[in-house]
Design a protein around this ligand. Structure first.
Ligand code: GN1
Ligand code: MG
Length: 358
């Protein structure tokens, strides 16, 4: 992306000032994200939304703006400065919309950049795990009274296990012999776990656990911490849509309790940190305050296992499909991600009895 192109996009959001510099933020696997700065030293995050993945970008933008506004209302006792650090603040275009559609059919949106904060790919301490739990718990608490029917399903069946299995089965039919051979061990693991990994979906469909607003991408790198390691703001709200709390609990646990990054190739470094699990769970339950039903609480550990598994399955499927979905930086990147998640499941399963305490 050229500075010239980004400058022209920026003018759609701000006619008065000029964009002077930018930096690529490369941690996401789907969108193209830039940290930009204008001539008044104000920083923003400018993002091109991947409309191959997100089929209804205006709907997605509408979801996340609605939730930001809801959070701003709920937190209106805070000062404006504090509020801008705690809740993502989207910037409207000069046409008073929250996205710009460029001449190439690409969608852009812009947020105020939150200064002086820290993000983690791997968690350094129990305190960070605990703070992460509090922040995600608070997010769910504050969105508990928002009617999930007012949100569109940004990616239909996003965490639906049957759907992910059917995509996996399709990928097996078209995968190259070489990739099938490399993935053989992991393909077998998928089948072994099939029934257990449908339990959360069955509980959701039977109404035993309730459908509500969920974030759906609560990996720890989507949580901003302040410089004292206190949880500050949940970012990357593209996938906000109806779901069950187990998705958000589980995806945080998947990333917080992994002693290595999700694409670490040295599997000896990948273990499940039980102390972080307990710390996160404590913070989460302290804040969530949603009258979680006994059934919902009982299944939180399985929610964690399910979210680790669904990522193992999705990375594996994309590997078998020759890497058409996630950004990759080398040929076996998706396979390495999948192996990493399967190793995490193995370590998790060894410690599972300790979690089922409720
Ligand atoms: C993708 O792009 P990013 O990093 O926000 C993915 C999530 C995965 C995550 C794994 C829309 O999120 O579901 O958990 O990668 N988002 C989409 O790191 O597929
Ligand atoms: Mg995301």
């Amino acid at each position: 992306m050229s500075l010239k192109k980004l400058k022209s996009i920026y003018t759609q959001f701000d006619k008065t000032n000029e964009l002077i510099s930018y930096k690529v933020l490369s941690s996401g696997h789907i969108n193209d994200t830039y940290l930009i700065e204008n001539n008044k030293n104000t920083k923003y995050v400018l993002q091109q939304i991947n409309h191959g993945v997100f089929k209804d970008v205006p709907g997605l933008i509408s979801n996340k703006v609605k939730i930001s506004k809801h959070l701003q209302n709920k937190l209106n006792h805070l000062s404006e400065k504090e509020l801008k650090r705690k809740v993502l603040c989207f910037v409207p275009t000069i046409k008073q919309k929250y996205y710009h559609l460029d001449a190439h059919g690409n969608y852009w949106n812009m947020m105020i950049y939150i200064n002086d904060c820290i993000t983690y790919e791997t968690v350094p301490s129990e305190q960070v795990a605990y703070e992460g739990g509090k922040l995600i718990g608070e997010f769910l608490n504050l969105t508990g009274d928002f009617d999930a029917n007012k949100l569109i399903e940004v990616i239909p069946k996003f965490h639906d296990m049957s759907y992910r299995f059917s995509q996996f089965q399709d990928s097996l039919k078209i995968a190259s012999k070489e990739r099938l051979e490399k993935a053989e061990r992991y393909i077998n693991l998928v089948w072994n776990l099939k029934d257990e990994m449908h339990i959360i979906q069955n509980l959701k469909e039977s109404g035993a656990i309730k459908i509500r607003v969920t974030h759906n991408d609560t990996k720890i790198s989507n949580v901003l911490f302040d410089t004292n390691n206190k949880g500050l703001c949940v970012i990357d709200t593209d996938t906000i849509m109806p779901g069950v709390v187990h998705y958000d609990f589980g995806d945080s646990i998947r990333t917080i309790c992994n002693t290595a990054a999700e694409d670490e190739k040295d599997l000896n470094k990948v273990t499940f940190n039980m102390n972080y699990y307990k710390a996160y769970e404590k913070g989460f339950l302290e804040k969530v305050n949603l009258e979680l039903s006994p059934v919902a609480i009982k299944y939180l550990p399985l929610g964690a296992k399910t979210m680790i598994f669904i990522m193992a399955l999705r990375f594996l499927t994309d590997f078998l499909n020759d890497d058409i979905y996630y950004k990759t930086t080398y040929p076996d990147h998706n396979l390495d991600r999948s192996k990493n998640q399967f190793k995490l499941i193995e370590s998790f399963t060894e410690q599972y009895p300790e979690m089922e305490t409720k």
